[in-house]
Write a protein that binds this ligand. Structure first.
Ligand code: ADP
Ligand code: MG
Length: 475
């Protein structure tokens, strides 16, 4: 009847779109391509196993209804998974899924009998002589999914974390790597996963460890000559959570031992969860073979929370602390502290503390004062305009003079200093700095930066200028 895969899928999509949130639609349905239609089977291409599992887990009913509407009761859906390159160059493979019965692509939990195989296991990290010792998970029960609020900025990571907790080692996101800047919730999410696993599967051995502590333990084990015990200890863990793995960078020995532990756990269907302040591509001094393993599963980013999420995080915190705060102050905080949830929480705590110590109400004035403290610490980016103003004031000239074509030495120096600080304190390119400071080209700016560097090592007076200005601009 002239229907194509494309036309059938478009109709399914419009039905689906009406039945889920726009965000979910964007995340899970927009990336799908319809690739083939034969009789009553529609093939759709999804970007990863993760996607496939996610759709199966959450949207299989919706997909079924929408497809049945178009293709009748015998409608079938076929997933084509476009594999990322990480498993080598395997061809994309096809998996047929009768809508009634779930099939899983990923290998299932192979419950390794390791613990029984080596009952003589010597383990330096648990008290000797006690059998069936429970390993302390080192989990913080205050960090749970319940109080890890969902928003656009963390949806993928949070949901992947939940999926992993429901089926540790049994999803394709192994390892699950959560990355993102400071204070955005990596540690919180990592604990939540562990806490949830413990809750669902009390018999599983979960361990949370920071990469820093892992490194110390490893160094200690080398000193004490029990490196093998160290490795064995980690190999019996079912769910291993390593926080801040960027700290392994440059530590070849620790990376090597972690590589072996990782492989063992992975091969035995155990779950590994990692966090990092950088995306795998940006990690430096981490061995290639380890980096490539980090990419095996899913890397999910925690981004800066949007305004709505910041507001809900604040409100949730206030609610849990039993404190009331006027709406305009909540919004003021959310508007002014944007890039770090830890600081947002810090501001709320000091606001509450100030008001209760001084027996004052929480007012917008108080909020402003407190936010100032935070904004100072967060090292806000200065503008090139501001830099020129501060430098001209310091040398008691006006900005036009600083920008003028004159070759008078003190003016040239002031201009060069402005360029130097613009390079140092902003993200602007040399060319853009040149344009903004008296329409110079990028070579002039580069020359200025070099001159300032040279002069500040050879000329004491000049060094003082640089130091003074640095203070004025960064405090
Ligand atoms: P990171 O490890 O990325 O530096 P943390 O996990 O320590 O960040 O988070 C910093 C603070 O922000 C913690 O107190 C945490 O509870 C809070 N936080 C982060 N993300 C969320 C969220 N989505 N919902 C509620 N609180 C959050
Ligand atoms: Mg952390």
């Amino acid at each position: 009847m002239g229907e194509t895969a494309q036309s059938v899928w478009v109709k399914c999509l419009s039905f689906i779109q009406d039945n889920i949130t726009p965000q979910a639609y964007k995340t899970w349905f927009e990336p799908i391509k319809a690739v083939k239609l034969t009789d009553n089977a529609l093939s759709i291409q999804v970007p990863s196993k993760f996607f496939y599992e996610w759709l199966e887990e959450h949207y299989v009913k919706l997909l079924k209804v929408s497809l049945t509407r178009e293709l009748g009761d015998n409608a079938k859906l076929v997933y084509v998974i476009r594999m990322e390159n990480t498993y080598g160059n395997k061809q994309p493979f096809t998996e047929k899924i009768p809508s009634s019965q779930r099939t899983r692509i990923s290998s299932q939990d192979i419950d390794s009998p390791l613990r029984n195989k080596s009952p003589e296991l010597k383990n330096p990290f648990i008290i000797p002589g006690i059998r069936n010792v429970k390993i302390d998970s080192q989990l913080n029960p205050n960090y749970s999914f319940d109080n890890f609020l969902e928003g656009d900025s963390n949806r993928l990571a949070r949901n992947a974390g939940m999926a992993v907790s429901n089926k540790p080692g049994g999803t394709s996101f192994n390892p699950l790597l959560v990355f993102g800047g400071v204070g955005l919730g990596k540690t919180h999410l990592a604990h939540s996963i562990g806490v949830e696993v413990k809750d669902k599967y009390p018999e599983k051995t979960v361990l949370y460890i920071s990469a820093e502590k892992f490194t110390q333990q490893y160094i200690e084990s080398v000193k004490k000559n029990n490196r093998n015990d160290f490795i064995h200890f980690y190999q019996i863990i079912d769910v291993l959570i390593v926080d801040d793995i960027q700290l392994l960078s440059g530590k070849a020995g620790t990376q090597d031992v972690f590589f072996h532990i990782f492989n063992h756990l992975h091969q035995n269907g155990k779950q590994v969860i990692l966090t990092s302040d950088k995306a795998p591509v940006d990690m430096q001094d981490i061995e290639q073979r380890l980096l490539s393993r980090f990419k095996w599963g899913l890397s999910a980013e925690l981004q800066h929370p949007d305004f709505e999420t910041r507001v809900s995080i604040i409100k949730n915190k206030l609610y849990r602390d039993g404190v009331e705060m006027p709406e305009d102050i909540v919004e003021f905080l959310a508007n002014n502290i944007k890039t770090n949830i830890r600081e947002l929480e810090g501001a709320i705590i000091s606001l509450i503390a100030h008001s209760s110590f001084n027996k004052k109400n929480i007012t917008i004035e108080l909020a402003k004062k407190i936010v100032q403290n935070y904004v100072k610490h967060t090292k806000k980016e200065v503008s090139i305009e501001y830099i020129q103003k501060v430098v001209s004031d310091y040398f008691q000239m006006d900005v036009e003079t600083l920008q003028s074509k004159t070759r008078k030495r003190h003016i040239v120096q002031a201009r060069q200093l402005a360029m130097f600080f613009a390079k140092k304190l902003t993200k602007a390119s040399l060319a853009s700095i040149g344009t903004q400071i008296g329409k110079r080209d990028h070579a002039t700016v580069l020359h200025a930066c070099k001159t300032v560097n040279n002069l500040s090592t050879t000329d004491k007076q000049f060094k003082k200028f640089v130091e003074d200005l640095d203070k004025k601009l960064t405090l």
